[in-house]
Design a protein around this ligand. Structure first.
Ligand code: UD1
Length: 345
């Protein structure tokens, strides 16, 4: 079971799960932040139609009914959550209710229906503002910069606590750095219901002329060119890590009931370097201005993912060029199909 299967990382993970040939997948997604047509795109790429149960996981009665129909669920990959940093500052309770309420029901379902393997989407934001780079899984959690990051910190603790009285349950916590790009076919990617506020979707909108210009948030950080450093990795690489994580749990290769893995490329890249890479790949000059820092941004973060490399046998297949190339293909697909946040609700 993939929760949030119509979302950005969820749908790419379903593609990798199906293409592995080892898993039969069902999705649960309320579609409040995604569209059910995502499953058409998944079918176009894989040739397999994955059913989506369109319901809110916070509604326990409806959610639990799925387990009566499917008594053979071996694992849950739990993506379904809100993830906009700014919105979480504006509406914290909505984040705590949705992200933690859904996780509580997922954990209860694992207990009640004897699901042995749980994989949880966490985030590098649990580390807070770190001073020693790269961050490893042993880096202590810092103060969460926003309620979104706090829901991930609490979520991790909820899982650990829930495993204590449930020795048959096993969980992996995956802490993502910055997933970007789209499926290499250009047929699936991020489809935001709101105006995007993440870097790569904005770059693509500017490159395609849908947005006249963009701003580089901060050029006075203590980095090599003054702009922020992040660890970007291709969304299909993140997706592939989930298949390997599920294999790992189901083959009982985990040493502990709960293990944590960073998922990053290990490379820190600045915002200005990302802009240059996008200009090269798209062939379009980007119109941008150098602006003030964005509140809540940390100067630099990138991860040490050697644990995932060694234990999950996971390695990034794609570099920055493919991140940009696939994002550009997807942007053109969005435009040709008129699939933009302005055009659907
Ligand atoms: C944030 C969260 C991350 C979350 C992700 C999903 C933190 C530390 N990170 O990532 O956990 O999963 O959002 O939404 O809270 N930028 C510009 N101009 C723009 C847009 C972005 O310069 O128009 C810069 C930002 O300042 C930042 C970088 O691009 O330095 C990446 O920004 P973004 O794509 O929004 O991701 P994060 O903020 O790193």
């Amino acid at each position: 079971m993939v929760t949030g299967g119509c979302g950005y990382i969820g749908s790419h993970t379903i593609i990798e799960l199906v293409q592995s040939g080892r898993y039969e997948v069902i999705s649960v997604d309320s579609n409040v932040r995604s569209t059910p047509e995502t499953m058409d795109r998944v079918a176009q790429i894989t040739g397999v139609r994955v059913p989506n149960y369109q319901l809110d996981i916070c509604d326990k009665t409806s959610f639990f009914k799925i387990f009566e129909e499917h008594t053979d669920i071996v694992g849950i990959i739990h993506f379904a959550a809100y993830k906009a940093v700014g919105e979480s500052v504006e509406q914290p309770l909505m984040y705590y209710r949705n992200n933690l309420g859904a996780l509580a029901n997922v954990l209860e379902s694992c207990q009640k229906f004897h699901v042995p393997a749980l994989i949880f989407s966490s985030s590098c934001s649990v580390y807070g503002d770190v001073h020693h780079l790269p961050v490893s899984e042993e880096t202590p959690m810092g103060v969460a910069a926003c309620p979104y990051a706090h829901t991930k910190q609490i979520g991790e603790e909820m899982i650990r606590n829930m495993l204590v009285p449930n020795p048959d349950m096993n969980a992996l916590i995956l802490r993502y750095f910055n997933p970007v790009g789209a499926h290499v076919s250009g047929l699936n990617g991020e489809l935001s219901p709101d105006k995007p506020n993440n870097l790569v979707p904005i770059i693509m909108r500017v490159a395609s002329g849908k947005q006249p210009s963009m701003t580089v948030f901060g050029t006075d950080y203590e980095t090599r060119d003054g702009s922020c450093i992040r660890d970007y990795l291709h969304v299909s690489d993140i997706a592939d890590a989930h298949v390997k994580a599920l294999d790992y749990l189901l083959e009982h290769r985990n040493a502990d009931q709960c293990e944590v893995f960073n998922l990053g490329s290990g490379n820190g890249i600045t915002v200005l370097e990302m802009l240059r890479a996008a200009e090269e790949v798209t062939g379009h000059k980007l119109n941008y201005e150098l602006g003030a820092r964005r509140p809540g941004d940390i100067p630099a973060i990138f991860g040490d993912s050697s644990r995932a490399n060694n234990l999950l046998h996971w390695h990034c297949r794609y570099g920055v060029d493919m991140m940009m190339e696939s994002a550009w293909k997807w942007e053109q697909h969005l435009n040709s199909e008129n699939l933009n946040f302005e055009s659907y609700d």
